[in-house]
Write a protein that binds this ligand. Structure first.
Ligand code: GLN
Length: 274
């Protein structure tokens, strides 16, 4: 079968974008390049693999887990069922945080901690963008940290790993804390494909979805330097609640919320300038 025939085959069962992603990955090219290879005859063993993968996606397995990697901010990150699939919204968190770091800290020798790092996409991307940062990736899940380590290695990034429950009993102070913690409410209705595949430990955060903001913000004052930045991704209805929690812990800090590209409240930045 040719590339074109295989795309048509896949489209019978799954979204064409996903069919193209699966095929391009097997051929080791970018999905956009498929157009240049429509008449290429594909090897039988690749056809077999492709059909198996189409089947997995048809049976509601996220295409990112089937492929085994995701592009995040221009770099490829390994993912499996032990980690949340990195989202576009989180790229926006990283983008805005880079801008804040630029604005707030003329000296970039900063200690940064990514709380609940999952695949490591946030902390590793920050380190790749500003190499003078001293980045710690923290997660409670050993399996997630394994993936984060693989990503740091494959992206040639020197970072430190810490297995811990957020800031509980940790030593030291940081200039920048960043987190996309679990923020879904216990009873919140979410898409089946997310609920049935992504790790619940990375998704759910108690009755009101605020458990981890509470946990982090309670400990944070002891663990930030005088001048600091804390950057959170939040659920779209959590802005006021998280801003109030931030105010309780940091009554004198600037607390700013920001919407994502879908116009949903998505980020909170807490910072103290000197
Ligand atoms: N920090 C990781 C990410 O943004 C994991 C987040 C999580 O597991 N809640 O993808």
């Amino acid at each position: 079968m040719t590339v074109e025939e295989l795309i048509i085959y896949g489209k019978q069962f799954i979204h064409s974008t996903h069919a193209k992603m699966l095929l391009a990955d097997l051929l080791g090219i970018n999905p956009l390049e498929l157009l240049n290879h429509l008449d290429k005859v594909v090897e039988p063993d690749l056809i077999e693999k492709y059909k198996q993968k189409v089947d997995l996606v048809k049976n509601q397995k996220p295409v990112q887990y089937v492929i085994g990697n995701v592009n995040f901010y221009g770099n490829s990150f390994f993912v499996n069922e032990s980690v949340l699939i990195p989202r576009f919204e989180t790229e926006e968190l990283v983008e805005n945080t880079l801008n804040y770091i630029d604005k707030l800290f003329p000296n970039k020798n900063l200690k940064v901690i990514d709380l609940g790092c999952g695949s490591g996409c946030i902390g590793i991307t920050l380190k790749k963008k500003i190499s003078s940062l001293e980045v710690t990736l923290l997660d409670i899940s050993k399996d997630a940290l394994e993936i984060a380590k693989q990503n740091a290695n494959s992206l040639h990034t020197e970072v430190t790993f810490l297995e811990n429950d957020m800031l509980e009993n940790i030593e030291g102070k940081f200039d920048v804390m960043i987190s996309n913690p679990p923020y879904i409410k216990e009873n919140e209705k979410i898409e089946d494909i997310v609920k049935n595949n992504e790790p619940h430990i990375a998704l759910y955060a108690g009755k009101d979805g605020l458990d981890y903001y509470r946990k982090i913000l309670k400990e944070a004052p002891k663990h930030v330097n005088e001048k600091f930045l804390i950057a959170f991704e939040i659920g779209m209805d959590q802005k006021d609640a998280v801003m109030n929690l931030a105010k309780e812990s940091f009554p004198n800090a600037c607390i700013i919320s920001k919407k994502d590209m879908q116009e949903k409240d998505r980020m909170i930045f807490i910072y103290q300038e000197d």
